[in-house]
Each structure stands twice: as structure tokens, then as C-alpha cells.
Write a protein that binds this ligand. Structure first.
Ligand SMILES: N[C@@H](CCOP(=O)(O)O)C(=O)O
Length: 479
């Protein structure tokens, strides 16, 4: 399997090069050259696989023979051995036609662990096999940062710097990042929003000389492995629920900010998993909902909400979706992204919008509805939703598709004690989270500019960058 850019400006690269490249060198995003198509017979065979076995089958399709299957199996096994549930991502029936897919059983209690445990182990493997260093730069609105740090912390050959919006993540999210004592971890709290943080890392990754000098790697969902690893749970959940509800049409409701999680569902659908619709569930930062409704993708004023991980205006994976919406036409994507840079919007005609709506429904959920959903679901079932999952459940209710709907439970409520308290509810913290309170924190507050961040990176990554090679220089030792 080869990987190409959504903007068509790079020569195809293999799986490991794609993981290492992160953002494509032409500023686009990497996508597989073709999407594997799965027959009904294959789906039937896969139905009985464990989560780990299913991940191995899916990843083998995308990794080809670039790394030995035994090594890939070992990476997968170690990645999910850290989860607290034997099913890794179990489903829970909440109401008659509504299930939640619990994605929060990993080390940091958020869905990001599913992909970031794997990506962390993949980076450590590449570093070990090639004797090279991995320097990671990532941006977070709260969950990715903690998961990424947990994925690599303490792993030799890997250093990580995370940018997050100062004062705009939950207390627990901040503690999960800043209480890590590992010297390989640097937290920069930037004076801006998540969109500023994401813009800064794209600018830095776009500076080819800087990226190369400091061997920078991505852990955000601009990295294609993030998306590929998240495909598994759509299959796994579909198999579990369709066993219980044979013959029913199944849709997914996905709380989304950066369009990465729902894009993984879209790929699963494109590969042949018979998902009916994907519901885009946002908070009041509703750029994606307005796009599905009006065909216009245009950022508006940023809003702080009870679901801070989705406080995002510019969704980085939207570009990957445009690539598929326009029949894998990289020239068209390049033109649309240039239009976005020049005019601050992308507008699609009605005929194209109909194709969007064949796959997606969309709802934004106001702050007040988010809180009432948490309290009402708790009153009705005793099940405590986190505020992001509450957006997914509220969007599923509002859409009333008549299907079985699986709402992705993207985080554990303990990560968002502020919103739970505002819903009038109390909760006890899992031990791992309780232990964070009162620990010393390490973070530096920096202005929201690439220059300010680059200064810190030079200091943090600088010394090691000159000593050890980049994996690309020694990649043949892997194959
Ligand atoms: N919601 C995310 C924002 C970053 O998204 P990613 O999927 O591209 O890593 C977060 O919690 O950090």
C-alpha cells in the first residue's frame, strides 16, 4: 500500500514513511492510494475476531508487508494490553435503539488512547529498529495531549512536545499532561485557542527545513495511522450490535471537532461496512454542521463550551473528506484549499451537498442541552455521560433516524468534573484520576506564535537532533 497527498504534490510513500511524514510535504494530508474493499464473506469471517485480531487484519491491509506480521501483532497486543476492559471498546445498550460505544477504557480515559497507544508503540518500534530518534510535536484541545504523552512517556528514543490552549482544557485534562515528571515531555500552554495551536503546528510542519533539522513527527490526526487505528472500533461495534439486532439498519453518532474520529467511520463505510448514516455531533462550535446543512464551510467566532475537546473551528481532517467527496481528485482539493486560504470559506454546490447528505446527518448541541442530556440520561438509566458523549446522544435523539444508533462515548465523565457538577450530579473519580490532584505540575506559558514555540523546540529537541539519525536515513534496516 502506498500513500499519496490530498493535494497531489508528493511521490507515493510506503506505510512507515507515511507515519513518519505526518503532514504531507506539500501541506496536504496523506491518504491510502486506494481503499481496500471488503466482501460480505470477509465481514462474516471477521465478526468473530477479538478486538486485537481485528486490528491486526485491518492494519495489515494498510501496512502491507512493510513490517513483519509478528512485529505488528506484538505492537497491537501491547497497545491494547493497557486497556481496562477485555473487549477494549465494549458497547453498552442505553435505550431500546441507542447504544454507546465505550472508547474510554484506555490509560487516559479518552478515545484517543485507542490510536495513540498504537502510534506510541509504533514510533518506539521504529526508533528501536533504526537506532534513530523520534521527536513528536502535537496540539491538543485536551484529550489528544494526555493520550499522546501516555503513549510515549518513558519510551527510549522518543521525546514529545504538546501545545494546548492555556486555561481552556478541563482540570483533569491539564493534570494528565502536566503532572508527568518524565524529562522527555514538554508542555507548552499557549495564549490562544486550540485553533491557534493547530495553526502553529501546521506552520512548523510546513517549514520543511525546520521539520527535517529537528526530525519532527505528528501525533495528531493529521497522521494517517491515527485514522487507520480508529477504523477498528466501527467494525467491532457494528459486529456486536448487529448480533443483538439482526436485520436492523445501523448508524453512528460521533461527537466531533477535528473530523478525525468520524472520518475513520466514513472510511469503514467506504470499505464496505454497511453503516447507514454517520451523524456529525458538535457543540456550539458548529462549522461541520453548517457545512452539512448549507454546503458552506466557514469558521465563525470560537466558543468555549462544556465539551472543550470539541472547541474547534477548523477541522483538520475535513480536507481528507473533500478528497473523497470529489472522487479522489487532488487537483480539486488543492484548488478548494487555496480558496479557503484566500477567502476563508469553501462552498460546495447543491449536487455535491446531496452526496454529503447521503452519508452524513449533522446536529449541533447547545451548552444547556448538553447538560440536560447528562442529567436526564442519568435519571433514566443511572448511566453517566461525559459532555462530549452527551452531544452525541443528544444529536442521535434529535436526528431520530429510525435506525439503531451507536453513539461514540469518547471520554469518561471523570475527565470533565466541571460539566458533571453543572448538571447537578456527583461522581467519584477512578483511582488513576484521583491520584493526579495535588501533584506538582510542569508547563510553560507561551505566546501563540510559531516563532515563540520554535524557540522552545530548538532548546528541547536541539541537542539530540544533532547526535542521532532520523529514521528516514536508516529506514532500510527495517525492511
Ligand atoms: N479534540 C482533540 C483535538 C486534536 O485532535 P486530533 O484528533 O487531531 O488529535 C483533542 O482533544 O486534543
Amino acid at each position: 500500500m502506498q500513500y499519496i497527498s490530498t493535494r497531489g504534490g508528493i511521490a507515493p510513500v510506503g506505510f512507515i514513511q507515511a507515519v513518519l511524514m505526518g503532514l504531507a510535504d506539500d501541506g496536504g494530508l496523506l491518504v491510502p492510494e486506494h481503499l481496500p474493499q471488503l466482501s460480505a464473506a470477509t465481514l462474516e469471517q471477521w465478526r468473530t475476531l477479538s478486538y486485537q485480531e481485528l486490528t491486526l487484519e485491518l492494519l495489515t491491509l494498510f501496512a502491507g508487508d512493510e513490517l513483519p506480521r509478528a512485529d505488528l501483532r506484538d505492537i497491537v497486543q501491547r497497545s491494547y494490553a493497557t486497556f481496562r476492559h477485555p473487549d477494549v471498546t465494549p458497547v453498552h445498550r442505553l435505550q431500546d435503539d441507542l447504544y454507546v460505544l465505550e472508547l474510554f477504557h484506555g490509560p487516559t480515559f479518552a478515545f484517543k488512547d485507542v490510536a495513540l497507544q498504537l502510534l506510541g508503540n509504533m514510533y518506539a518500534y521504529i526508533s528501536q529498529q533504526t537506532g534513530s530518534i523520534i521527536h513528536i510535536l502535537g496540539a491538543t484541545s485536551g484529550d489528544t495531549g494526555a493520550s499522546a504523552i501516555a503513549g510515549v512517556s518513558g519510551k527510549p528514543g522518543v521525546r514529545i512536545c504538546i501545545l494546548y490552549p492555556h486555561g481552556r482544557v478541563s482540570e483533569v485534562q491539564q493534570l494528565q499532561m502536566t503532572t508527568i515528571a518524565d524529562e522527555n515531555v514538554l508542555n507548552l500552554a499557549i495564549e490562544g485557542t486550540f485553533d491557534d495551536a493547530q495553526r502553529i503546528i501546521k506552520e512548523i510542519f510546513g517549514d520543511a527545513a525546520f521539520k527535517q533539522r529537528y526530525h519532527l513527527r505528528a501525533i495528531n490526526s493529521i497522521n494517517i495511522l491515527r485514522i487507520l487505528a480508529q477504523i477498528t472500533y466501527y467494525f467491532y461495534a457494528y459486529f456486536r450490535v448487529s448480533e443483538q439486532q439482526p436485520g436492523r439498519s445501523i448508524s453512528f453518532s460521533v461527537p466531533t471537532g477535528n473530523f478525525g474520529d468520524i472520518f475513520a467511520g466514513y472510511l469503514a463505510k467506504q470499505m464496505g461496512l454497511p453503516i447507514h448514516r454517520l451523524i456529525v455531533a458538535t457543540n456550539e462550535n458548529d462549522i461541520l454542521v453548517r457545512f452539512v446543512q448549507d454546503g458552506v464551510y466557514r469558521p465563525e467566532a470560537f466558543r468555549s463550551t462544556h465539551s472543550p475537546s470539541m472547541d474547534i473551528q477548523v477541522a483538520s481532517n475535513f480536507e481528507r473528506y473533500l478528497y473523497y467527496l470529489y472522487g479522489e481528485n487532488a487537483a480539486k482539493v488543492k484548488e478548494l484549499m487555496a480558496e479557503f486560504r484566500a477567502n476563508g470559506l469553501i462552498s460546495v454546490p447543491q449536487a455535491d451537498l446531496e452526496r454529503v447528505r447521503a452519508d452524513f446527518a449533522a446536529r449541533s448541541v447547545e451548552n444547556a442541552t448538553c447538560l440536560t442530556t447528562i442529567s436526564q440520561v442519568y435519571a433514566g438509566s443511572g448511566y453517566l455521560l461525559d459532555p462530549h458523549t452527551a452531544c452525541g446522544v443528544a444529536a442521535a435523539d434529535a436526528e431520530a433516524l429510525g435506525d439503531i444508533t451507536i453513539a461514540l462515548a469518547t471520554a469518561h465523565p471523570a475527565k470533565f468534573n466541571e460539566a458533571i457538577a453543572l448538571s447537578g450530579l456527583e461522581q467519584s473519580f477512578p483511582d488513576e484520576i484521583q491520584a493526579l490532584f495535588g501533584k506538582p505540575q510542569r508547563q510553560q506559558v507561551v505566546p501563540a506564535t510559531s516563532e515563540a514555540v520554535e524557540q522552545h523546540l530548538v532548546e528541547f529537541f536541539g541537542a539530540a537532533s544533532g547526535v542521532l539519525p532520523a529514521p528516514e536515513d536508516v529506514l532500510e534496516t527495517l525492511t
